[in-house]
Write a protein that binds this ligand. Structure first.
Ligand code: PBG
Length: 327
């Protein structure tokens, strides 16, 4: 094998046209899902302090939001709700007129083609802020499953296209699949937050969704950041239970996990570029310490290169705009 000076990798980097020709990874608005935070009331469009350029929206403001997303070519949204009241059992999560159920109907009426994915979890709805029912100070896995299944069915009944359980209870994909099938929603896919880590990067989200646990933390159900073989086991179980997509979350500090999941499984792999990852870029860019646009596109490209097919990201709108303009 000849080396330098016969071989010169720089030849293929000399012009933008050459670089475009040999580029291995491309990013498109088609890859993105944009999270939305819905609140009760009307006329509400309030910027979220911990997530600049993202808003708390009331149902009547969703039509304009999804219209803008549609024009940018973003195919889907992921809904999170802030309930009117919280209780021990997270009642509004599975209420017919819950905030997410209202939001689904509003979006489907305004933009039927916009993909509506719903986060299925109890933490925004429980007074204690944990993702399931409590037994003492522990989260009771098996009693939680029924409520998660009810939540997923109520989202499907309101018109959701995909349900995305994020609670990390064991057996929830199977429980949700069974309930959806029994209620006539066999066609609704499950996007499982399969490898979700107990991460400090969720801080800005918890401020936005008012979902921080009132005592303790989530390490008894979310994964230890030190583990990757366990992630493959979690993903394998969710696939066996009937998941249609598998998710790794967060993304940026877990690119190795995304790559390993991509190698091992053939389902679509979703990466959640979480709130803390977004907030860090925003904060540094606002200080003038990094170029926000270049940093964002580099991060999203890296997540894709690692093996993600779909990226859930708070950058979706700006990134779609930049990609349309040509970066
Ligand atoms: C709900 C949920 C969380 C996120 C998505 N769904 C928070 C958590 O697990 O505490 C985090 C999203 C983000 O940080 O952007 N369980």
């Amino acid at each position: 094998m000849p080396g330098f000076p016969t071989v010169r990798p720089r030849r293929l980097r000399r012009t933008e046209t050459l670089r475009r020709l040999v580029r291995e990874t491309s990013l498109s608005p088609d890859d993105f899902i944009y999270p939305l935070f819905v609140v009760h009331g009307s006329g509400v469009r309030q910027e979220i302090p911990s997530l600049p350029n993202n808003y708390h929206l009331s149902p009547d403001r969703l039509a304009a939001e999804v219209d803008a997303l549609g024009h940018l070519g973003v195919p889907g949204v992921l809904l999170f709700g802030l309930p009117a009241t919280k209780d021990e059992v997270g009642s509004e999560a599975y209420a017919d007129d819950g905030i997410v159920q209202q939001a689904i109907r509003a979006i489907k009426q305004a933009a039927p083609e916009m993909l509506v994915v719903t986060d299925v979890c109890l933490c925004e709805y429980t007074s204690h802020g944990h993702c399931g029912l409590l037994a003492g100070t522990e989260v009771d896995n098996d009693r939680t499953l029924e409520l998660l299944a009810r939540t997923a069915v109520s989202h499907a009944a309101a018109g959701a296209d995909v349900v995305a359980p994020s609670d990390m209870m064991d057996g929830r994909v199977a429980a949700i699949r069974r309930a959806l099938d029994e209620e006539g929603f066999a066609h609704i896919p499950i996007m499982a937050y399969a490898a979700k880590y107990a991460s400090a990067f969720y801080g800005p989200f918890r401020a936005a969704a008012d979902s921080a646990p009132q005592f303790g933390d989530r390490r008894g159900y979310q994964m230890d950041p030190a583990n990757v073989r366990e992630a493959l086991r979690e993903v394998g179980l969710d696939v066996e239970e009937g998941a249609d997509f598998v998710m790794v979350k967060p993304a940026l500090a877990y690119l190795d996990v995304i790559a390993r999941v991509r190698d091992r499984f053939d389902l679509p792999v979703v990466a959640y570029n979480v709130s803390g990852e977004y907030a860090m870029v925003q904060a540094a860019a606002r200080q003038g310490w990094i170029d926000g646009r270049r940093t964002t596109l580099e991060i999203l490209t890296a997540i894709k290169r690692a093996g993600a097919d779909v990226i859930i990201t708070y950058h979706a709108k700006e990134a779609a705009r930049w990609l349309c303009e040509g970066s």
